[in-house]
Design a protein around this ligand. Structure first.
Ligand code: ASP
Length: 323
């Protein structure tokens, strides 16, 4: 083959070559938050995004694509170009549980590449102050004596606040009336205003309102108390032993994103998670930061697959309806 033809082929191949880390990122990156602004997933995206900008040299724009328990936002990311410019943030609900509830046009495991596990956070049971209960046992008695009438705010079917509420129903034999919002940010506003009765919430979402006495927390759904609110007992101490849900969060990119771009993104996330200012902000809201060895793409992938194995049979048995 003569030289000009070879050069033309090389040039053409360079043109169609997939995105690579060489000059990545050369424009802003979007992180899709599948819940409302002001909620815990949104807050996490903003805290990390701000610090990742320093490592990557490009802004991380937060886009809230809400609805259907987070499935709409995750679908948007799954179907985006696999070039590192669209990230998907989510949690046990959006990236595991929803796969067992919704007829999705994607696979929560196979159609995304894991980047890093970023945080975990126990759920806890919170209520409006007007409810007369003073501890978990009294709350359970109140829920039972008002069965069928109690409203519980959620971020939509399949969200952390929803499946944890379904789990509470199973534990104590009640039927909560779920009120879906596009995220637990707006659900919390309604709880504080007394429009709904309870939320089985992510602790990081409602910690500040509990601390300021605007709402009441009864028990942390973990075997250890929260460092940020040590006065609140665990469910084991308060009367529902073993009623644990840890809502862990992660970041993913569309399947097919080049490995060197995933590595660059992972480095930006781990840089953020070692930054003392970021750690302080996360710890203040009750978020646990995973140990370094759990922050790799491989560790997130393995953890997500293990969580699918653990949760899907239980969720399918619960036969949760989406409408
Ligand atoms: N934490 C919420 C949930 O899944 C969603 C949100 O971040 O607003 O219940």
């Amino acid at each position: 083959m003569n030289k000009p033809i070879v050069a033309a082929i090389v040039a053409a191949l360079a043109f169609v070559a997939p995105a690579s880390a060489q000059n990545y990122p050369s424009r802003p990156i979007t992180i899709i938050v599948p819940f409302s602004a002001g909620g815990p997933t949104d807050a996490l995206a903003r805290i990390l995004g701000e610090r990742m900008r320093q490592s990557l040299g490009q802004p991380i724009l937060v886009e809230n694509v809400t609805g259907a328990g987070g499935t709409i936002g995750v679908a948007r990311a799954v179907h985006a170009a696999p070039d590192g410019y669209t990230l998907s943030i989510g949690h046990l609900g959006t990236h595991v549980i929803n796969g067992a509830i919704y007829p999705l046009n994607f696979d929560v495991v196979k159609d995304l590449e894991p980047v890093a596990k970023i945080a975990s956070n126990p759920m806890w049971v919170v209520s409006k102050n007007a409810i007369p209960a003073k501890d978990l046992k009294e709350l359970v008695a109140w829920l039972k004596s008002n069965d069928g009438k109690v409203t519980a705010g959620t971020a939509g079917v399949g969200s952390g606040s929803h499946f944890s509420g379904v789990y509470l129903n199973q534990q104590i034999g009640t039927k909560l009336q779920f009120v879906p919002y596009r995220g637990t940010g707006p659900a919390l506003l309604d709880l504080v205003a007394g429009q709904i009765d309870i939320i089985v919430d992510q602790a990081s979402n409602s910690l500040a309102q509990v601390k300021s006495g605007k709402i009441r927390a009864y028990a942390v759904m973990s075997d250890k108390r929260l460092a940020a609110a040590p006065e609140i007992p665990t469910v084991d101490e308060a009367g529902l032993p073993g009623f644990h849900v840890e809502l862990w969060s992660g970041i993913w990119v569309p399947k097919g994103t080049p490995a060197d771009i995933v590595a660059k993104l992972n480095k930006a996330v781990t840089d953020a998670l070692t930054d003392p200012a970021v750690r302080k902000r996360m710890e203040e809201t009750g978020l646990d930061i995973p140990p370094r060895e759990e922050q790799t793409p491989q560790a997130l992938g393995a953890y997500q697959r293990a969580e699918v194995k653990k949760w899907w049979p239980m969720i399918k048995a619960a036969n949760i309806k989406i409408d």
